[in-house]
Design a protein around this ligand. Structure first.
Ligand code: C2E
Ligand code: MG
Ligand code: MG
Ligand code: MG
Length: 288
């Protein structure tokens, strides 16, 4: 994107006059194509209960197998989808992929699948109907699905968001507050958000083994979640030591690279079928 002008051997980099917007347009076009074809996929990351490591969920994370650029993450895909006004279509696609995967294990292992929603989805009054239809299509009950929202998702239109979420919960779908602790008004939000689960952000869980302040915040949040009847999931659990401390602090569920990385559907099915030890050896041997 840079033009070189070699005056006196000094290279001056001149920015592309398009400022990279050409790239963006191309990506948006390609995304439209991808949504019609089979370039989108979900990877699944297990969620396991403390202390025994029982699998209690799987989060579906969108991936884009781009024909030229290879495997793209949500960080690359989501902004393009937002700009192209394709977030709702993307959500329908991801929901379909996630439920299609869950239908492959549900009969013998009733482990629910979690799907992430964006603000565009939660203000979609047709979302509950779309979700109900997707569940029917895949022959799954509503409790096979959990919908994750980050705190700020509801802020744009809290009334409408609450009513959409309320309707989803009446169907029997579970809702989860994602990345908890990173938003601006976490506590006020907790009071009104209809939810079943709180996912404590990695920035708060990662250092619990070294940082007593982080541990105090986690312990406090566990108590708060339980007082509100919410299950607490610790995100970003990367090692056994951290898992042990999170278990001791009362967290209900762990998710993170230390348990397993997000993986393609066939790998997840194999992972689910394989026997394995509890996530944090030490903690699971502790008396409870
Ligand atoms: P999230 O919902 O909080 O998902 C967890 C993210 O943390 C995932 O990144 C996952 O790969 C990563 N992660 C899991 N365990 C660990 C760990 O132990 N250490 C570290 N460093 N990272 C870990 P990913 O897949 O890149 O997704 C990023 C975000 O993109 C998600 O954060 C979610 O907000 C969003 N996202 C993903 N899929 C979708 C989707 O289908 N729709 C929407 N609207 N958003 C999505
Ligand atoms: Mg999530
Ligand atoms: Mg999260
Ligand atoms: Mg997070």
């Amino acid at each position: 994107y840079a033009a070189k002008s070699g005056r006196k051997g000094v290279h001056v980099y001149v920015p592309d006059p398009d400022g990279g917007s050409g790239d963006r347009l191309r990506t948006m076009e390609e995304l439209r194509t991808a949504l019609d074809g089979d370039e989108l996929a979900v990877h699944l990351q297990p969620q396991v209960a403390f202390p025994d490591g029982r699998v209690v969920g799987a989060e579906a994370l969108v991936r884009w197998h781009h024909p030229v650029r290879g495997l793209l993450s949500p960080a690359e895909l989501l902004p393009a989808a937002e700009q192209a006004g394709l977030l709702r279509l993307l959500a329908e696609r991801v929901l379909d992929l996630a439920l299609d995967a869950a239908a492959r294990w549900w009969e013998h292992r009733p482990v629910p699948v979690s799907v992430n929603l964006s603000a565009a989805d939660v203000t979609d009054l047709e979302l509950p109907g779309k979700v109900a239809a997707a569940l029917r299509r895949h022959g799954l009950p509503a409790h096979a699905l959990t919908l994750e929202l980050v705190e700020d998702t509801l802020m744009a239109d809290p009334d409408r968001g609450r009513s959409v979420l309320g309707e989803l919960r009446r169907l029997g779908v579970r809702t989860s507050i994602d990345d908890y602790g990173t938003g601006y008004s976490s506590l006020a939000y907790l009071r009104y958000m209809p939810a079943d689960e709180l996912k404590l952000d990695r920035s708060l869980t990662a250092d619990v083994a070294e940082d007593p302040r982080a541990a105090a915040i986690v312990e406090h949040t566990v108590a708060l979640a339980h007082a509100l009847g919410l299950r607490l999931v610790a995100e970003g659990v990367e090692d056994d030591r951290t898992a042990g401390v999170l278990d001791a602090l009362g967290c209900d569920v762990a998710q993170g690279f230390g348990i397993a990385r997000p993986m393609p559907v066939p790998d997840f099915l194999a992972w689910l079928a394989a026997p394995r030890p509890a996530p944090a050896g030490a903690a699971s041997q502790r008396d409870r």
